[in-house]
Design a protein around this ligand. Sequence first.
Ligand SMILES: Nc1nc2c(ncn2[C@@H]2O[C@H](COP(=O)(O)OP(=O)(O)O)[C@@H](O)[C@H]2O)c(=O)[nH]1
Ligand SMILES: Nc1ncnc2c1ncn2[C@@H]1O[C@H](COP(=O)(O)OP(=O)(O)O)[C@@H](O)[C@H]1O
Length: 200
Amino acid sequence: MEKGLLIVLSGPSGVGKGTVCAALRKRKPELIYSISATTRKPRQGEADGVNYFFKTKEEFQKMIQNNELLEWAEYVGNYYGTPIEFVKKTIDSGEDIILEIDVQGALKVKEKFPEAVYVFLVPPSIDELKNRIEGRGTETADNIKHRLSMAQEEIELLKHYDYAVVNDKIDNACSKIECIIVAEHCKRFRFIENKTKEGV
Ligand SMILES: Nc1nc2c(ncn2[C@@H]2O[C@H](COP(=O)(O)OP(=O)(O)O)[C@@H](O)[C@H]2O)c(=O)[nH]1
Ligand SMILES: Nc1ncnc2c1ncn2[C@@H]1O[C@H](COP(=O)(O)OP(=O)(O)O)[C@@H](O)[C@H]1O
């Protein structure tokens, strides 16, 4: 049976990863979403086990020690990580799973899963990125500054990704990601065909 795709969606904070994933969920309900663990405090409206698994620093450290995380990263003073078990189970069952993670985390996943599909969500401009982070109204002025300076460095890492998707309009970005998923399935089918022809 063909394995599911591991799709890694990342990009700078505020580019719209969460928003695009929420829209994709509606358009493509069969896609599975990984839920990360974090030591960040829940924002208003966020629930444990839905947006994140909210952990204390000690609990998070235990997850690292027990090899329960596919990757983890420290981002602006908090830890974020991807529980590995759920990801493995999903792709082994032939279903596609999407990870919405930061750029450092994505590059760590690439070391373990080079065959995953790496998509970088690009802001239309740095000014627009600033507007979006400020407009969201969830961060302090200092935190926004930090996120923006990280964004400049993160955009340099675009070259390690398979695809760049500009998040100008949410629907455009979703359509492009859907096209990427279709194309990647076609690519893997060709790979299986070649193997069959070679008698492997
Ligand atoms: N490495 C890694 N980054 C994550 C994970 N989950 C979320 N992130 C990223 O951590 C960053 C901060 O997340 P968050 O505090 O929710 O803020 P926001 O995504 O900017 O709204 C974002 O870039 C997320 O994509 C994870 O499991 N691993
Ligand atoms: N295509 C878009 N056009 C305009 N605003 C957007 C777009 N995508 C996201 N936003 C807004 O930008 C802000 C940051 O989006 P969010 O999904 O929280 O980003 P991220 O998860 O990458 O940090 C939110 O207020 C969201 O409504």
